[in-house]
Unconditional design. Structure first.
Length: 650
């Protein structure tokens, strides 16, 4: 009778555990799980054992009622012989319990205090006796404990943990198990982050990690193409952790992993409207954030030159991603239209610029790592300093070529991003501001050094200031563009000798200070609208007036004078008071409306419109004048045009 009652109770409990709602209620009771575990230990093949295993797939176990419960689970896990009895789920229940508890902040100190990491490393070291699902649970528990541990593990404890983690990672690669591999990589990343992995004392383990990454790069990118976001996020986190350790622990091959990291970043940050069916979209935030942090860590490396090279590679790879997107979009429409024709031209220009930049980056990297030697026959010259001088000159040439190529890519991206809000959002979500800041800082340092760098910086300053002006209309990023990170640099550029650079810098500053008014409108000086007198005080007063919902009133502007150039003209070149040769000789570009009109009529806002024209058909496609004027009027209206009298000068 007693056996029948026990059997009946088992059946009822098993049925209750099979239903998620009742199982959640049962397992929330702090004293019930230890009793169930004790029952499973004594009756390994009971219905409760199978029901608990099923429940583990849908329920997170509550905190342990006491340290004794944790100790009991660890003892059972260490003593269980997984694989000795087919169908046994005892080990899985223990792994599940540890995995659940490791995720809970109040349970972690108990687990760490009772040596859970040591028990996990011992069980993981058993090899084939563990099921892959249980391996993943234990590695996940180890990752949670390592991520929240205060202090660094000892050398022996780290080695004991590293060996089974690396072995399980290799096992995952061999079985193409991305979930298990992601857990192993996350554990390695946590050990790197906490400084537990020491380069000199653990040379064998570091070599094993490097070999594991090499296996991952060769296996998954050929056969499985890393389909799961969990593995991408784990690898991005590992790259970030490795970068944060500088040259102390070198296990990441940048030549292999940086391009892939960029690919994950741009794929996961792509706007939803750009995503094809079956592609990743912006829902994969974990991959995007992990990749962003990894790229930021690489750019912030102690080796300044390496950080700048990473920023340039980011620029090149985003250019490729944007070109591929536009090529797919253009393929949907019939060829021959002006819009498609102009887009194809811009994409070709961008691809050529990107190819040039990637080549320049490779050359600069090779020169930095392996300085060139003197040509044959030159060694005979009696000058001990000549080899070093030759290598330094080669490095300067390669760096100059990279600077020029990067400016070309930024200029080409400016053309592609100019009137495309979705692509601008993609650019920003992918970390564009961090990349631009890195290049900006490098340019400032080069400018302070003087010499040829000053002349090279003009092209870069122009492209950078234009990109910031284009991006400054996005509300979520206005504060960052207007912060001290960029403001000082933009203020300096607003006093540049170059008219275009002055206008771009002032546009970026004005847009960053512009806010939506009560009516929802926001003043925007968009790409193609230039300020002929960038330093005029009424520009800022207009922004403040619009922010206060006064729609541009009380700003002191009596009228807008809009200059529109002709065929093959330009927003500044068409209004020069002299020749281009004379302007170069004087060292500062200027336009006659600023020199003459602004002095006699300071309350006039002087604007100049820019648009691209072609005289002959063989020069390429172009919009009709109706389309051009429609677009220019929209931009004028966004800049506050139409709120006061306007005069067009052509």
């Amino acid at each position: 009778a007693e056996c029948a009652e026990r059997r009946g109770a088992e059946v009822v409990l098993a049925q209750m555990l099979a239903a998620p709602s009742s199982a959640r209620l049962l397992l929330s009771h702090s004293d019930l799980f230890p009793c169930l575990l004790d029952h499973v230990v004594r009756n390994e093949f009971s219905d409760i054992s199978g029901a608990l295993k099923v429940a583990s797939g849908a329920i997170v176990l509550g905190s342990p009622s006491s340290p004794q419960v944790v100790r009991s689970v660890l003892d059972v896990l260490l003593e269980s012989q997984v694989g000795k009895h087919q169908g046994s789920s005892l080990s899985h229940i223990c792994c599940w319990a540890l995995s659940c508890w490791a995720k809970q902040e109040d349970s972690r100190p108990t687990l760490l205090g009772l040596g859970a990491l040591g028990a996990i490393s011992e069980v993981l070291g058993r090899g084939p006796s563990l099921e892959d699902e249980d391996r993943a649970l234990l590695l996940g528990a180890a990752f949670d404990l390592l991520s929240h541990q205060t202090g660094r593990l000892g050398e022996d404890e780290t080695k004991n943990l590293l060996t089974p983690i690396i072995h399980n990672g290799a096992h995952a690669v061999a079985n193409l198990d991305e979930d298990l591999l992601a857990c192993a990589i996350n554990c390695l990343a946590s050990l790197l982050e906490t400084g537990a992995i020491l380069g000199d004392e653990m040379a064998k383990e570091v070599d094993s990690i490097a070999l594991l990454l090499k296996l991952v790069s060769k296996t998954f990118f050929i056969e499985a193409d890393l389909c799961k976001d969990s593995l991408r996020a784990a690898l991005a986190r590992f790259i970030r952790a490795s970068a944060s350790r500088g040259g102390e622990v070198r296990v990441v091959d940048e030549e292999i992993w940086i391009p892939r990291l960029m690919s994950w970043l741009f794929c996961s940050s792509k706007p939803r409207k750009f995503v094809k069916h079956g592609e990743r979209g912006d829902s994969s935030d974990r991959v995007r954030l992990s990749s962003l942090e990894a790229v930021a860590a690489l750019m912030g490396a102690s080796d300044e030159g390496f950080g700048v090279r990473v920023a340039r590679e980011w620029l090149a790879h985003f250019g490729l991603a944007l070109c591929e997107h536009h090529e797919r979009e253009a393929a949907k429409y019939e060829r021959g239209g002006a819009t498609i024709g102009m887009l194809e031209e811009r994409v070709r220009e961008a691809r050529d610029a990107v190819a040039e930049l990637l080549s320049a980056c490779r050359n600069a990297t090779i020169t930095a790592v392996h300085p060139p030697k003197l040509p044959k026959g030159v060694e005979e010259v009696n000058n001990a300093n000549l080899p070093e001088a030759y290598a330094a000159a080669a490095a300067r040439v390669d760096e100059a070529m990279a600077v020029i190529a990067a400016a070309k890519v930024m200029s080409a991206l400016g053309d592609l991003l100019s009137d495309d809000r979705a692509s601008q959002e993609w650019f920003l979500k992918s970390g564009a501001l961090g990349m631009l800041h890195k290049i900006t800082s490098a340019q400032q340092q080069a400018g302070e050094a003087g010499g040829d760098a000053v002349q090279l910086s003009t092209g870069t300053d122009g492209a950078l200031s234009r990109l910031l002006a284009i991006l400054s209309v996005h509300g979520r990023y206005k504060e960052e563009i207007g912060s001290s990170t960029y403001e000082g640099w933009l203020q300096r550029l607003s006093g540049s000798a170059n008219c275009r650079i002055r206008s771009n810098a002032e546009r970026a500053l004005l847009n960053s200070r512009s806010k939506p008014s009560g009516s929802g409108k926001c003043l925007e000086v968009r790409d193609g609208v230039h300020l002929l007198v960038p330093g005029a005080e009424h520009h800022l007063r207009l922004v403040e007036s619009c922010n206060s919902d006064l729609v541009g009133k009380e700003c002191g502007i009596e009228a807008d004078i809009v200059f529109v150039h002709g065929l093959n003209g330009g927003p500044f070149s068409s209004w020069r008071p002299g020749t281009e040769k004379k302007a170069k000789a004087e060292g500062k570009q200027s336009v006659w409306p600023q020199l003459w009109l602004a002095k006699t009529n300071p309350n006039l806002r002087l604007l100049s419109l820019e648009y691209k024209t072609k005289v002959f058909d063989y020069e390429g496609a172009q919009h009709s004048f109706r389309e051009l004027t429609s677009e220019m009027l929209k931009k004028l209206s966004a800049a506050g045009g139409g709120q006061r009298p306007g005069v067009f000068v052509t």
